[in-house]
Ligand binder design. Structure first.
Ligand code: ASP
Length: 355
């Protein structure tokens, strides 16, 4: 177990125990006059802005990563580290809240949803659009509600046993979330899946959409991700040179291809030839839509039939964030490429529909 310093508040043997993991992000940033921009700050000082913590009716422990980051710097190493932190302390806590920058929160929540197999406790990501030190900050409500949801249970059963994002009154399945807004407070939306809870005066859980509580399955924490993946966003007028250079990247193992509408791409022979050559070399290509709603249906139009014939995998209604992290996870943990292709089309953590 890695030896992090953990500070505990409201020590009470009989209450629920929640671990808050601080990674950085706007939530804890301050304006640095020398560099004239927002930079991550030491979490212990941030707590001075949160006297409410003393009034919570659960035991709260806080673990801060040694180097708080702007989430634009998150990496596969940090995702694996977060998964290991939870694995090593899984039996000690009833729930986990991860404070994280909003920019890549949907990627991190997706990654953790694949790394933490058979999760039966809440892992809730949250953050803020304004730092905790500002009067109009959204940080306080986001954190307090995320902590409350992480500690919620009915008849001793935790209510949200999955990786989710709580932000601005909505609880969203982590691998369905997308950052949609950088100015307003409603930073996240849920793509192709209902919210898990709406929060107002009460927390209104949407039980049919929340993953069932399955405590008998042992938690399995995966320890490998393959970073040799890339995203190819198709655009009208894309040149053959761009596509052929892209697929020549050394070590490339997987590509998430963002296509038009219901999964359509140019049907020109040069384009399909590049894709065919890549799949013959063992590169896995997954088709996801550039639209924020709807799904990929390969073969619906002539412009996606060729992709189907080449063996491009349909990403159905998955987000790009979930698709790329699922690919990193599967290419890191499953050596058989044919199995990787089957699993890419199979829902593993509620990230896509069955059909
Ligand atoms: N750049 C920040 C981050 O993602 C933005 C935020 O936290 O909202 O770390």
């Amino acid at each position: 177990m890695i030896n992090y310093q953990i500070n505990t508040f409201n020590i009470n043997q009989n209450s629920k125990k929640i671990l808050l993991i601080y990674t950085g992000g706007t939530f804890g940033m301050v304006y640095d006059n020398t560099v004239k921009s927002l930079v991550p700050f030491n979490f212990n000082q941030i707590l001075n802005n949160l006297p409410e913590i003393q009034r919570l009716d659960f035991e709260l422990s806080i673990l801060a990563l040694p180097e708080p980051i702007d989430s634009s710097n998150v990496s596969t190493e940090i995702w694996l580290e977060l998964a290991a932190i939870i694995r090593d302390r899984y039996d000690l806590f009833d729930g986990f809240v991860i404070l994280h920058g909003t920019d890549t929160m949907a990627y991190s929540a997706s990654a953790l949803s694949f790394l933490l197999e058979n999760l039966s406790k809440p892992v809730i990501f949250t953050g803020a659009q304004l730092p905790i030190g500002l009067a109009r900050t959204d940080a306080r409500e986001n954190l307090i509600t995320a902590l409350e949801i992480a500690s919620s249970s009915i008849d001793g059963r935790t209510i949200v046993p999955e990786v989710s994002i709580y932000f601005n009154g909505r609880l969203i399945r982590g691998n369905r979330a997308k950052k949609q807004e950088s100015s307003q407070f409603d930073a996240f939306n849920s793509e192709n899946y209902p919210f898990l809870a709406d929060v107002g005066v009460t927390i209104d859980f949407k039980f049919p959409y929340i993953r069932p509580y399955l405590p008998d399955l042992p938690l399995k924490v995966h320890e490998q991700m393959n970073p040799h993946v890339a995203i190819l966003k198709i655009f009208p007028g894309m040149s053959a040179e761009v596509v052929s250079h892209f697929f020549k990247l050394s070590h490339l193992k997987g590509v998430v291809m963002e296509t038009f509408g219901a999964g359509n791409a140019p049907s020109k022979p040069w384009f399909l030839d590049e894709l065919r050559k890549a799949t013959e070399q063992g590169i896995v290509i997954m088709n996801v839509s550039q639209c924020t709603g709807g799904r990929v249906i390969q073969g619906k139009y002539e412009t996606s039939r060729g992709l189907q014939e080449i063996g491009v995998i349909s990403g159905k209604d998955i987000t790009t964030e979930a698709a790329i992290t699922k690919m990193m996870f599967l290419l890191g943990t499953e050596p058989d490429i044919e199995k990787v292709k089957i699993l890419l089309e199979t829902p593993l953590a509620g990230e896509m529909d069955l059909i």
